[in-house]
Design a protein around this ligand. Sequence first.
Ligand code: 1VU
Ligand code: GLV
Ligand code: MG
Length: 324
Amino acid sequence: MSFTIVEPVTSRLNRSELAVPCSRVELFEKAAKGAADVIFLDLEDAVAPDDKERARKNCIQALNDVDWRGKTISLRVNGLDTHWMYRDVVDVLEGAPGKLDLIMIPKAGTAADIYAVDMLVTQIEAATKVTKRIGFEMIIETALGMQNVDAIAGASKRNESLHFGVADYAASTKAKTVNIGGPHPQYGVLTDKDADGKRDYFWGDVWHYALSRMVVAARAHGLRPIDGPFGDFSDADGFRAQANRAAVLGCEGKWAIHPSQIGLANEVFGPSAAEVANAKRILDAMLAAQREGKGAVALDGKLIDNASIKQAQVLLNMAQRLGM
Ligand code: 1VU
Ligand code: GLV
Ligand code: MG
C-alpha cells in the first residue's frame, strides 16, 4: 500500500440510478415505488428550455410531497454555462430544505466548476441551517472533463461519484455516431485472411478507454464510478452486456433511463449467489493456506494469493450490504 490512504466516501447503494425528468410529474410516484437505488430528478437535458422553470417548481413540490421510501435522491441541475443553474441550486435547496441527498453536476469540465457549486451549496446550507450535507456526483461527458477528470474527482469533500455521460461525450469528441451508449458496427477489427482466405470482423468496445479512465480517477479518490445511459431501452441484452462490461471494469452501477432497465442494473451490479459462493471459497482456501504458512496456493488449478482475498472481499462487502 502507498503511505497515502484513499478514504472511501459516504457509502450508498448505487447499482441503478433512474433518470426522471422534472417536466413529467406523473413519473415521480412511479419512480418512488420502483426498485432504483438512486433517483435523479432531472432539470437538465430531459427538460425543454421553455419548461425549465415549471420543471423546477415540480421538483420542489415532489421533494416535499412524495414519499421517496428512503431512496437516495439526487438533483441534476443545469450546466454552469447556462443561466438556469444558480436558480436550480438556490430555489430547490431553499424550497425543499434537507430533502436532497446529492446534486449531480453535468458536463463538469474543471475542478473550479465543482468549487463554484460547493461555494453556493455551502452558503445555502449555512443560511437554511440544514445540517444534512449534500454530496456531489459529477458527469464526465466532455473532452475537457475527461482531460481534467482527476482534478474534478478531487475537487470537493462533497464528491461521491463520477458518471460516464456517453451521449454528450460522443458529441463533445465529435464521435461519428448518434447512438446513446453501446457498441458501434463501424468500431471493429477486421482480421487478416486465414489459410482459406476467410476474414472475421469483431466489434470493439468504443467506450473502453473513456470508461476505464474515469474508473481509475474515481477509485483513486475513493469515489464510486457509475456508467451512464443506454438509450435503446427495448434492448435488454444490449443493456446487460454494457452493464457487465462496466461492472467488470470497476463501475458500481449504471443509469436507468427507463424502468425496464432498473432490475437489469440491480442484477448485474449486485453479485449473484454463485459469485458470492465462489468468493467465499477463495477466502476459505486462503485462510487454510495462511494457517499452513503459505501465501500463494492453487484453487481449481488457478493461482490465488493475498490479492485474491481483496478481490473476493469486494464482492462479499456488496453481498453483505444486500443482506445476502
Ligand atoms: O405503465 P405506466 O403507463 O404506468 O408507466 C409508463 C411510464 O410512465 C413509466 N416510465 C417511467 N417511470 C419513472 N421514471 C421514468 N424515467 C419513466 N419512464 C417511463 O414506465 C411505464 C412504461 O413507459 P413507456 O415504455 O410507455 O415509456 P414512455 O414512452 O412513457 O417514456 C419513454 C422515455 C424514454 C421518454 C422515458 O422513459 C423517459 O423520459 N426517460 C428518462 C429520460 C431522461 O431522463 N433522460 C435524461 C437522462 S439521459 C441523458 O441525459 C443523455 C441521453
Ligand atoms: C448523459 O448525460 C449523457 O450525456 O450521456
Ligand atoms: Mg449529458
